[in-house]
Design a protein around this ligand. Structure first.
Ligand code: F6P
Length: 354
């Protein structure tokens, strides 16, 4: 049994822990098992770049951040585009899958990775996906690995902002990763005690945000913390095309910068923008993610043993299971605007700008 593993898209804590889970399960439970690591995600599969992984490669990596295999972003829409010799990336990947002598391919990645995985599966490759992303937006799984670690990191950022915000009586706007899905902002905002939480799923009224800051000031709270998802937008912007939105924001290239200027003028407060950025994806996975990644990795190993392909691993109601790649590819799990977490936030006075 020859198994190929690749990690694709943005990295996150837990990738190596999943790789370890797969390797340890396979070497312990599958006879004549060979594993190859494919370099830099689908990039390595396109170029035919891989190396044999020994038992020892799967040791000592549980706590290691990033990915030992390397990763890259390979846009799905380019996969079937042919070059001047009528060769597409998809064709190259299929050829290299054969050349490498793979019996199956494990793809650790987010939404884009899963779309390509479903395509390869439909084209006859034996593929098993594993749901990775700090955005937690993969359809059909309650949780993705990497999400909880990112929540912990973003929460710590918000915690630390509290003391400096309170000391100066400032409004701190912290920009949390998540372009389409606001899970990370919602969870870290709630965990960090943000006063205002702005999500891509709920276009907000800037007037209401400024009012919420003023209301706090009137009640004697001179500082406010605003957790802003990088993909958040105003109600007016939500009706615009991407280009129009950028024009409207002018010099303020992000929504957080734009809102900071707006709130400081409207509510007459001193405001600062904080962008933790890729720190949210860096470093060691949390204990939760180490356990989840180990469960996901070993479950994928069991799927290999059973030769059960064309699926992706998932957690549903506390049970590790799988979904058909064809079922989940191209779908996104966004924050429902009436979910329990938002209701809880609103019930204790957090503004979502609506
Ligand atoms: O998909 C994970 C993610 O971290 C998003 O939250 C963020 O918008 C994006 O990746 C950033 O991508 P890059 O690492 O390519 O800058």
């Amino acid at each position: 049994m020859k198994i190929g593993i690749l990690t694709s898209g943005g990295d996150c804590p837990g990738l190596n822990a999943v790789i370890r889970g797969i390797g340890k399960y396979c070497f312990n439970n599958i006879k004549n098992c060979e594993i190859v690591g494919i370099a830099d995600g689908y990039g390595g599969l396109i170029r035919g770049e891989c190396h044999e992984m020994k038992k020892s490669d799967f040791s000592g990596i549980l706590t290691l951040g990033g990915t030992i295999l390397g990763t890259s972003r390979q846009p799905f829409k380019l996969m079937t585009v042919e070059d001047e010799n009528n060769v597409s990336r998809l064709k190259l990947m299929k050829q290299n899958y054969k050349k490498m002598g793979l019996d199956c391919l494990l793809t650790l990645g987010g939404a884009g990775t899963h779309k390509t995985a479903a395509l390869l599966s439909a084209e006859g490759c034996n593929v098993i996906g594993l749901p990775k992303t700090i955005d937690n937006d993969i359809w059909g799984t309650d949780v993705t690995f990497g999400f909880h670690t990112a929540v912990d990191i973003a929460t710590e950022c918000i915690d630390r902002l509290h003391t400096t915000a309170a000391s100066h009586g400032r409004t701190m706007l912290v920009e949390i990763m998540g372009n389409k899905a606001g899970w990370l902002t919602l969870y870290s905002g709630l965990a960090g005690g943000a006063d205002i939480i702005l999500l891509p799923e709920i276009p907000f009224s800037p007037e209401k945000v400024a009012k919420a800051v003023e209301k706090r000031a009137d009640s004697g709270k001179a500082f406010s913390i605003v957790a802003v998802a990088e993909g958040a937008m105003t109600i007016e912007e939500s009706k615009m095309k991407k280009k129009e939105r950028a024009e409207k924001r002018g010099d303020a290239t992000t929504i957080t910068q734009w809102l900071s200027k707006y709130v400081s003028e409207k509510a007459n407060v001193e405001a600062r923008v904080v962008v933790p950025g890729h720190i949210q994806r860096g470093g060691s996975p949390s204990a939760y993610d180490r356990v989840l990644s180990t469960e996901f990795g070993s479950f994928a190993g069991k799927l290999i043993k059973d030769e059960h392909y064309g699926v992706t691993v998932a957690m549903v109601k506390g049970k590790v299971t799988y979904n058909a790649l064809s079922e989940i590819a191209g779908k996104a799990k966004l924050v429902p605007t009436d979910c329990q977490e938002i209701k809880t936030g609103e019930s204790i006075g957090i503004s979502f700008g609506r």
